[in-house]
Design a protein around this ligand. Structure first.
Ligand code: CP
Ligand code: NVA
Length: 312
């Protein structure tokens, strides 16, 4: 039975923790210069409808390091949803590839592809979710703090795909997550409901506040993302006005504990959601998180394609 990774809800808390630990182990092996071709002979299709630097690079390099092979498809090359329906694309790619990675707008398109595909499908970002990002963020926090249990993350800004995946990740693992969002830009009710249901089991504490200063109080990590996501470019100016008080800057950080770290999924708009000073400052784990996309997704690929090799 194939497994997809469309959302963090596709894995259990134990599996999510194991992915984080395995990602750290793969990173150490890579740093020691060891070859770990755990996916030799496997193939991966990357199907992207939006731009990408980190996601594409980390999947391509990761698969190479694991001994596998990738093909990148720009949506115009395949006429995504235009030249042929997604259900045909999913079935055809499944005949050539061991797994499919897709970045698209509508989450329902990803789900349609995954339903048709007979191989695992991985969400490389949709308008709704960005689970690979939070996998890397969790690895980064684990490396920095030496634990995940009991951590308090404050997400400041737009209740977008990254915020949604934070909600589901924190809810799965039982973390404390405070979202500070403008009232009209809170996470979607359905994701909030799903996260609350998970929190009832895990003991996670999830909160949404309007005030960013209140939001970062007591937080171990302050996380932010762009105010206008890919596909929302026309709203950028309006959003700049609404989100101005939500900038992660020196003043806001003064309201957080002195040990709090700063994270961002990148690409960043310096001077908007985060200042240059904070992004480049000593509390920033931004580039560690970017690197960990590689290790976290390698762990994910092995988990989906050769789970018996996770102990190697
Ligand atoms: N953070 C992230 O997903 O970056 P890209 O859009 O460059 O892939
Ligand atoms: N929320 C951003 C994340 C980019 C990695 C977007 O969707 O554009």
């Amino acid at each position: 039975m194939k497994r997809d990774f469309l959302s963090l809800t596709d894995v259990t808390a134990a599996e999510l923790e194991r992915l984080v630990y395995f990602a750290c182990a793969l990173k150490r092996r890579q740093q020691r210069g060891e070859v770990a071709e755990l996916l030799r002979g496997k193939t991966l299709a990357l199907l992207f409808q939006k731009p990408s630097l980190r996601t594409r690079a980390s999947f391509e390099v990761g698969m190479h390091q694991l001994g596998g092979f990738t093909t990148y498809f720009h949506h115009q090359d395949v006429g995504l949803g235009v030249r042929e329906p997604l259900k045909d694309l999913g079935r055809v790619l499944s005949r050539y590839y061991s797994a499919i990675v897709m970045r698209t707008f509508a989450h329902s398109d990803l789900v349609a592809l995954a339903r048709a595909a007979t191989v695992p499908v991985i969400n490389a970002l949709t308008d709704l979710l960005h689970p690979c990002q939070i996998l890397a963020a969790l690895q980064t926090l684990y490396e920095h703090f030496g634990r995940l249990a009991g951590l308090h993350v404050a997400y400041v800004g737009d209740g977008n795909n990254v915020a949604h995946s934070w909600l589901l990740g924190a809810a799965t693992l039982g973390l404390r997550l405070t979202l500070a969002c403008p009232p009209a830009y809170r996470p979607q009710a359905e994701v909030w409901r799903q996260a609350q249901a998970l929190a009832a089991t895990s003991g996670a504490v999830l909160e949404i506040v309007d005030d960013p200063v209140q939001g970062v109080k007591g937080a171990d990590a302050v996380y932010t993302d762009v105010w206008a996501s890919m596909g929302q470019e026309a709203e950028a100016e309006v959003r700049r006005q609404v989100f101005r008080p939500y900038q992660v800057n020196r003043t806001l950080l003064e309201a957080a504990p002195s040990h709090a770290v700063v994270m961002h999924c990148l690409p960043a708009h310096r001077g908007e959601e985060i200042t240059e000073e904070v992004l480049e400052g000593p509390r920033s784990l931004v580039f560690e998180e970017a690197e960990n996309r590689l290790h976290a997704q390698k762990a994910l690929l092995v988990f989906l394609l050769a789970p018996e090799r996770m102990s190697l």
